[in-house]
Design a protein around this ligand. Structure first.
Ligand SMILES: [Zn+2]
Ligand SMILES: [Zn+2]
Length: 266
């Protein structure tokens, strides 16, 4: 059994393709489950240039995913999900929003440090304006807090801060342990996200150094391509599979109605 739990679509305005095209590609690739997990709207439609609006969630995203889930029943299991943002100050809003819908799971991702969308190529120059070690520490501090918020089921691309190839000069061992202890306590799964291979860093999220810590704490894994175009669904999953064997005893987590269970990857 294989799943791709991290896919986007045109609604977030920085991905292309209809939801159905992602599903059809997943069927082509022989996947058993596909998660529709586009970027969640944010309160007051914050960063609406890179997110669906709340209005679009209600009028299009939710009904479309639920309808496609029915349409493809028996061919592939379509999961109704979101990639949410951990953004301090929005926790109550996210909690209420997520409680109102019957998501199969919600991915929790850190994409902002303050107002800085640090994974957005248009703001990459800001890495040079800050101390890189402080940027990394702040990022992992947000990862820890995202787990402690108990808002999310899956930790998204958990070393995204490396996306453009910037590396810390100090060891991050201590903050990493604090973060992943919190992830374990929250019973979250961590996704192996293959999108990093397609970015300047050219490395899967997370690194093997982090996967070793994840194994040490016995944190469950799951899989996502983070496809922003239908052709990327299930991309580089051979490598992801090897990592699941090595760091997750060959098992991945799957979700229904926000309940986690484990299956053997094949
Ligand atoms: Zn995106
Ligand atoms: Zn993301």
């Amino acid at each position: 059994m294989v799943v791709d739990y991290h896919t986007h679509n045109f609604l977030c305005k920085h991905a292309d393709g209809e939801i159905e095209e992602y599903i059809l590609r997943a069927i082509d690739r022989g996947l058993n489950e596909i998660g529709c997990s586009d970027h969640s709207p944010m309160p007051n439609n914050f960063d609406a240039q890179h997110r669906m609006t709340e209005e679009q969630f209600y009028s299009f995203y939710k009904p479309a995913v639920l309808e496609l889930r029915q349409k493809y029943k028996g061919r592939i299991s379509v999961k109704f999900a979101l990639e949410g943002d951990f953004f301090p100050g929005t926790e109550e809003w996210v909690k209420n929003f997520n409680a109102q819908h019957s998501f199969d799971y919600v991915i929790g991702s850190v994409h902002y440090l303050g107002e800085w969308g640090f994974d957005n190529p248009i703001f990459v120059h800001k890495y040079e304006e800050r101390d890189i070690d402080e940027t990394y520490e702040l990022y992992y501090d947000h990862i820890r807090r995202s787990a402690q918020s108990r808002l999310f089921d899956i930790l998204g691309h958990c070393d995204l801060v490396k996306k453009f190839g910037h590396r810390p000069t100090r060891t991050m061992e201590e903050v990493l342990h604090e973060s992943f202890k919190a992830v374990k306590a929250a019973d979250m799964a961590v996704e192996i996200n293959t999108a990093g291979l397609r970015k300047p860093v050219k490395e899967i999220y997370p690194s093997e150094q982090i996967l070793q810590i994840i194994r040490e704490y016995n944190i469950p894994l799951t899989l996502g391509s983070d496809a922003h175009t239908p052709g990327d669904v299930g991309r580089d999953f051979d490598l992801a599979r090897q990592l699941v064997e090595k760091y997750g005893s060959g098992k991945i987590s799957v979700f229904t109605n926000r309940e986690r269970s484990e299956i053997r990857i094949s």
